[in-house]
Design a protein around this ligand. Sequence first.
Ligand code: PRX
Length: 658
Amino acid sequence: MSQDNAASNATQGDAFENLLHENRQFPPSDEFAAAAVAKADLYDEAGADRLGFWARQARELLSWDKDFGETLDWSNPPFAKWFVGGEVNAAYNALDRHVEAGLGDRVAIHFEGEPGDTATYTYAQLTEQVKKAANAFESLGIAKGDRVAIYLPMIPEAVIAMLACARIGAVHSVVFGGFSADALRNRVDDAEAKLVVTSDGTYRRGKPSPLKPAVDEALAKPGHTVSNVVVVKRNGEPVEWSEGRDVWWDDVVGGASAEHTAVGHDSEHPLFILYTSGTTGRPKGILHTTGGYLTQAAFTHRNVFDLKPETDVYWCTADIGWVTGHSYVTYGPLVNGATMLMYEGTPDSPHQGRWWELVEKYKVTILYTAPTAIRTFMKWGKEVPAKYDLSSLRVLGSVGEPINPEAWMWYREVIGGGRCPIVDTWWQTETGAIMIAPLPGVTATKPGSAQVPLPGIEVDVVDETGASVPNGSGGYLVVREPWPSMLRGIWGDPERYKDTYWSRFENMYFAGDGAKKDEDGDIWLLGRVDDVMNVSGHRLSTTEIESALVSHEYVAEAAVVGAVDETTGQAVVAFVILRGSVSEEIDVVDTLRAHVGKEIGPIAKPKTILVVPELPKTRSGKIMRRLLKDVAEGREAGDATTLADSTVMQQIASSLKR
Ligand code: PRX
């Protein structure tokens, strides 16, 4: 980590200093605590025998086709094997076994489309659909170990496709529907996917919005490994058709047999790859395997959300394109036999009360969402949720970015009526499942802090040398011991896995986040200390956006920073130096924003693009993003003494004034 980042982390830390005096605490009510799934003795049990604790969870939460021997093989760190020799089928655990247990009529998914159409899938119906899809994929030549790209909106077929892959041992790679054709192609190529599952499109703000054209564009250039594209009919809009390659979901899945026997896969068999942004321009394919991932996804979903599968209606608002949608839409809830709500659209369509209308309609009891959404609702005003009956809610979750105490309190009071515990959950694509969070019937919650590592998880905050910091101090967040749902590597790049996560501190996983321990030892997350930004809870790489910008003919050089934003947490601000030949008449900003949208996806479009004559660089040529962040956040630029040219910041300031 550069000095630059460490310094900016320190500044961030100071800004949070006042929060560390937070002394409001909200213990669970006696009634909640008495009925809670998780009890305090989980910490004692895991503390006394961490591996024994996880072995018990694995055996109790999952049905294994073959029991495992060793709980953890850590003989070749950082390459872990969990539940060694065990065999387990993820789809069987999410589906068939609930039907066999007589729960076939329980609703698995209440689906609500953006236009207001609805569908209900019981466990029996979902199991049947997944069996058909598994047969369909096999009939298209997909076998165990093959990779399948899933590029779908939030519709039940997304979950069905994921589980059909898991059932046959194919490895899914879900690509967020908001990513561009280029981003899709890069991911398809890196994973060497044989099949793409997509839809004609979806609905956005009441209008049909296309998806398949991006697949056609992504696969237009030869040299890819895709032999078929399965297309779900969602909005009925006309689509281009590639004969021999494209098949309708309704034909191939609809026509398939509903008989399919799930067989156990090795505990370490790859379950999925999910691409996420790192500090370099190239997204990383984070690899998760079966037994450990499912164990921790199910354990956390049950204990952190206090899940009572018989009575709860659970709603996680994340898209399946992100890890939250993997662990807390697909795998955790279904393995636990939960009833969930799935909503296709945006929160303001057709009106700003849509989410609360849905909570009332489906009597949602557990809601899991991101701080950005909460801050947006705060802006819209508490009169909007006040129009709906939210009394069914009993647990509220937050994920993806730090939640400021003000938003936390608003969530608690306005949405939760002051009665629902708030669980602020810290984790990452790489960790696979929640790592730090209060347990709702145990922990007295504290606005703004994710607080404590879960039982069986060894998290710490350390200084530059890797030494644990005392309470009241800040540093870097690390994980000291392997955990079941940890990433098993970066697809096709074991060296990058070691370098990125295991080289900064000896024998510790470095998460890339800054954190502080308060006087009680509770953990406060302070944001990334590397070149990763967090916009609306979505991870974006500064270097990836810089590469996109400089790939445009107008741009000579670019630097990108994440500037504090009231609603989205951070916003992308780009500084660009134009090539001499670019005429002043051209609308550079719009052109470049559109270009980034095309290269990566609309979520990566810079909010602001500033044309500058120079960029601040050190003598070794490294861009000092810290100084640009000062400019982007409207502060006087900090210490610039290490700049190669000390006048650069003045040049930038006066060019921006103009
Ligand atoms: O910086 C942390 C932030 O999101 C990053 C992980 O992003 P991603 O892999 O996309 O996964 C997001 C959903 C799990 C982390 O490195 N982050 C996640 N949850 C929190 C958080 N920051 C603060 N508080 C959280 N609860």
